[in-house]
Design a protein around this ligand. Structure first.
Ligand SMILES: [Mg+2]
Length: 220
């Protein structure tokens, strides 16, 4: 059983779909012929419908090279997922609950791929990377994520991610990516006063909401 740290460590990090490491020849050199990809903040900004020319170009290159791709997203907005997948002309699986691995198995079934030749591409450590590493797949982290706009709970998870990245870097376990290192330095330190304030503030308001709900539901 690999350590939790190992399960959170991506095989490699890329800054964009234009990165050399995820072009067809490099992927093939690694033995990767199928990709399970995340949607939000990986292929399109969160909640957006526009697909950037860079992504369109990358998908076309993969298709020409015969590398398969399938979207596995945690989104509950299946219509948007379907619409985007149709526009990109790639298959998708829905009702995915990463870091659960069910959606990834279904993606592999759809693509007819095996563990040895499948890679995961996504922007989150605790969903995309963890699920992929649990299955022993090649894991490719997009860093920084496509946009800064995110679901409130994801924003909080980012602080925990930053902590994990710092720990992994201190252990010398974080894959080298010099340009990304600079971007990480610019992120707020999870130990800083305002980050602690935001985390505590949101935790307390969540608990306050639960109490209010309980009082409201309680028969008088
Ligand atoms: Mg994402």
């Amino acid at each position: 059983m690999p350590s939790l740290w190992k399960l959170l460590t991506p095989t490699m990090i890329v800054e964009s779909v234009k990165d050399d490491a995820i072009q067809p020849d490099q992927l093939k050199a690694r033995g990767v012929t199928a990709i399970i990809t995340d949607l939000d903040n990986t292929l399109v900004p969160w909640r957006h419908y526009e697909i950037s020319p860079g992504v369109v170009e990358w998908l076309a290159k993969l298709e020409v090279a015969g590398i398969k791709i399938c979207i596995a997203s945690n989104t509950v907005h299946t219509e948007r997922l379907q619409q985007l997948a149709d526009t990109m002309r790639i298959p998708f699986v829905d009702r995915v609950v990463k870091p659960g691995t069910g959606g990834f198995w279904r993606s592999m079934q759809k693509m007819g791929s095996q563990r040895e030749n499948t890679a995961v591409f996504g922007d989150q450590i605790f969903t995309d990377m963890l699920a992929g590493n649990r299955m022993g797949l090649t894991t490719i982290l997009l860093r920084p994520p496509l946009s800064k706009e995110e679901f409130i709970s994801t924003q909080l998870v980012r602080y925990v991610e930053n902590y994990v990245i710092r720990r992994l870097r201190a252990r010398g376990q974080w894959p080298a990516a010099e340009a990304v290192a600079a971007a990480l330095e610019a992120l707020p330190d999870p130990r800083s006063a305002w980050v602690r304030a935001v985390t505590w503030g949101s935790t307390l308001s969540f608990l306050g909401g639960l109490v209010a709900l309980w009082r409201w539901k309680r028969p008088r």
